[in-house]
Design a protein around this ligand. Structure first.
Ligand SMILES: Nc1ncnc2c1ncn2[C@@H]1O[C@H](COP(=O)(O)OP(=O)(O)OP(=O)(O)O)[C@@H](O)[C@H]1O
Length: 358
């Protein structure tokens, strides 16, 4: 199978009736390029337009305006079964009256492949998915995780250029999700297939993706690697949705080369200038709990109001100038841990602060 890139150009979806109640479309003006062989995840809160976007790529939904391309080829007019992509659903959607072998072979039979070719392709995929020993089982005789592997095998056997996933792990328990996300990623890498994955689970998105596409109210807020999305969020929404963050409101007073001086209720704070903000602009400083530093100095400026041991971390709530901060200390060993009521110094290394528009 030859992987293909997926391109969305100004793609919009309006559902009839939506426009009268709310000004926004289900999906608005989405521009996106997913490169060949990339694993891209659409991530965002419920109703942000992830599933609609995925279904438009699959061809299950018409698009209101814009264009979708697989490689160089526009696919707007191509029906789903001719699009060279397959979708793995949350509900597995296996045929209950067919055993594993026949479920996996089904699509090839519909496409009238030769018997010998079908045998060869199905055996190979069952082998890759470690499903050989289950080939005669009926779906009802298998666990949720095994059924989802069959659903994945059924999609892979078609050798699509693009594989689409609609929250495929959300019916599985936490432990199995972790096993399956490794399995999906391993197979996707081995076959070099382009994958578009929908989830509202940020840790799943961070773990699996080459690129994360964060959506909000039908629009793309940010596209980036998991590191970029986490460490350099471009908006308050992204900073808030991915991981936890302390926000400090302020106004940029000076831009000095690559540093920003920001006037905040806690005085002037300095941040490295990773953002495109200008002097005079109202901003928010994003400070991740693990990037604030707690220590003892001669001029302690903060008070611990809560201190909780969590095994790998110590979690603090700290009052700094009347504002409460969530702070995480890694590797809390005896002697380095502070107790409730202790006076401490809270520092914010300038490179770990991200500045976003207010
Ligand atoms: N068939 C439809 N008719 C009208 N509105 C729809 C239809 N399908 C989805 N919508 C609306 O479009 C918006 C985007 O829905 P979508 O299912 O794409 O969101 P989502 O991000 O996948 O959410 P979730 O995580 O809850 O599945 C929502 O406001 C939803 O109510």
């Amino acid at each position: 199978m030859a992987a293909k890139s997926v391109t969305l150009k100004q793609v919009t979806k309006a559902y009839a009736g939506l426009g009268t109640k709310q000004p926004s479309n289900a999906v608005s003006d989405v521009n996106l390029v997913i490169e060949e062989g990339q694993f891209a995840t659409l991530l965002g809160p419920s109703g942000c337009g992830k599933t609609t976007t995925l279904r438009m790529i699959a061809g299950f939904e018409d698009i209101t305006s814009g264009e979708i391309l697989f490689g160089e080829q526009p696919v707007n007019e191509i029906p789903p079964n001719k699009r060279d992509c397959t979708m793995v659903f949350q509900s597995y959607a296996l045929f209950p009256h067919l055993n594993v072998w026949d479920n996996v072979a089904y699509g090839l039979k519909i496409k009238k492949f030769d018997q010998a070719v079908i045998r060869e392709k199905v055996s190979r995929v069952l082998e890759i998915m470690n499903l050989n020993e289950y080939k005669e089982r009926m779906p009802s005789q298998m666990s949720g995780g095994q059924q989802q592997r069959v659903a994945l095998a059924r999609a892979l056997v078609m050798e699509p250029s693009v594989l689409l996933f609609d929250e495929p792990l959300s019916n599985l328990d936490a432990k199995l999700r972790i096993v399956m996300r490794d399995e999906i990623r391993r197979i996707q890498r081995t076959l070099g297939i382009t994958a578009v994955y929908v989830t509202h689970d940020q840790s799943e998105a961070m773990y699996m993706s080459d690129v994360v596409i964060v959506m909000n109210k039908g629009r793309i807020e940010q596209i980036g690697t998991p590191q970029e999305i986490y460490q350099r969020p471009k908006t308050k929404f992204v900073a808030d949705f991915i991981g936890s963050a302390n926000f400090v409101e302020g106004k940029v007073v000076r831009v000095v080369e690559d540093r920003l001086e920001i006037d905040t209720p806690m005085g002037i704070m300095v941040a490295a200038n990773h953002a495109e903000v200008t002097a005079g602009q109202q901003v928010a400083l994003v400070i991740r709990p693990e990037s604030a530093v707690v220590l003892k100095t001669a001029n302690n400026n903060a008070v611990i109001t809560k201190s909780v041991f969590m095994g790998q971390t110590q979690e603090y709530e700290i009052d700094f100038g009347g504002k409460m901060f969530q702070v995480t200390q890694h590797n809390p060993v005896a002697g380095s841990v502070f107790s409730t009521g202790e006076h401490v110094t809270l520092e914010f290394p300038e490179h770990s602060i991200q500045v976003v528009p207010a």
